[in-house]
Design a protein around this ligand. Structure first.
Ligand SMILES: [Mg+2]
Ligand SMILES: [Zn+2]
Length: 284
């Protein structure tokens, strides 16, 4: 662990799949253990999250062990600038969270493998654990049979509305400036909750980027795109740098920018505010 600066009232909320890691972890596990065909056959018949628990049951019955799954998870592709980006944001004093529709077992296994689990204050995701028989269990974040999340955004799956979680975070931790990073359709709902002054970092040319581009005025936060891990690091650190400078100016205090400045030195020129491509801009 790096030594963390005093907390600086910036919360960075990361999606996990295709944001921290460079694939969908559910697909990665299913594909690498040879269950793709069965998964695709059953997907039209039930919610994704329900199917994942069923797939874990089937795998267990067919002799796939927890260790087999961990071995696959440990090989999950990740861009080599993601871990430095996480460490720098932590060292700058940011409160780091994960908000993911994957599951706790997959996420914690991967973070543990890379020694970065403790950089995150909390992981908001679907419950996932190994039961006493060695079978991985995966459950919905919101139990949609007894307590549905009631979000009418069609992009939110029944098991998890990230917007509901984001609203809770804003209610409890609203003094922080929020930076949200994501790629998928499910990341639109939490992006809609962000306030003016917060930042939204959609991955360029992924579904969230497309949804935002089709109606950018719905997002109150400033939008800063990124395309790969190196880009994520540059954009994120420059945003943190700018927020820290602004906060320092307002306070007239002497909050240290040294750490984040140091990280920025080796990076390419700072990106300016992201402009959405004209082809994707809204006609209004
Ligand atoms: Mg994702
Ligand atoms: Zn929602």
């Amino acid at each position: 662990m790096g030594s963390q600066a005093p907390m600086v009232d910036i919360m960075v909320v990361f999606d996990f799949d295709k944001t921290i890691v460079d694939c969908d972890t559910d697909n990665w596990v299913i594909d690498n253990l040879g269950f793709t065909e069965m998964f695709e056959k059953l997907l039209p018949t039930m919610p994704w999250n329900t199917l994942m628990d069923l797939m874990m049951k089937t795998m267990h019955e067919k002799g796939v062990t927890k260790e087999d799954i961990v071995e696959v998870l440990n090989r999950t592709p990740m861009h080599d600038r993601i871990i430095p980006a996480i460490k720098s944001a932590y060292d700058a004093g940011c409160d780091l969270r994960i908000l993911s529709d994957a599951n706790r077992f997959f996420i914690e296994t991967i973070l543990d493998h890379h020694g970065i689990k403790d950089y995150f204050t909390e992981i908001h995701t679907n419950p996932g654990y190994v039961d006493e028989n060695g079978r991985v269990r995966i459950f919905p974040h919101h139990d949609f049979t007894t307590a549905p999340h009631n979000c009418d955004n069609i992009l939110c799956p029944p098991n998890m509305c990230k917007g509901v979680v984001m609203k809770q975070l804003l209610a409890n931790e609203g003094d922080n400036t929020f930076i949200y990073l994501g790629d998928g359709n499910g990341d639109h709902c939490p992006s809609l909750k962000l306030r003016e002054g917060d930042c939204c970092m959609p991955r360029k040319n992924y579904p969230l980027w497309g949804v935002i581009s089709s109606n950018p005025n719905l997002i109150n936060a400033k939008i800063h795109g990124w395309s790969d891990g190196g880009d994520l690091e540059r954009v994120l650190l420059s945003l943190i740098h700018d927020l820290l400078s602004n906060k320092q100016e307002k306070k007239g205090g002497h909050q240290s920018l040294a750490k984040v400045d140091f990280k920025l030195k080796n990076n390419v020129p700072r990106p300016s505010r992201e402009v959405l491509p004209p082809a994707l801009s809204v006609s209004q």
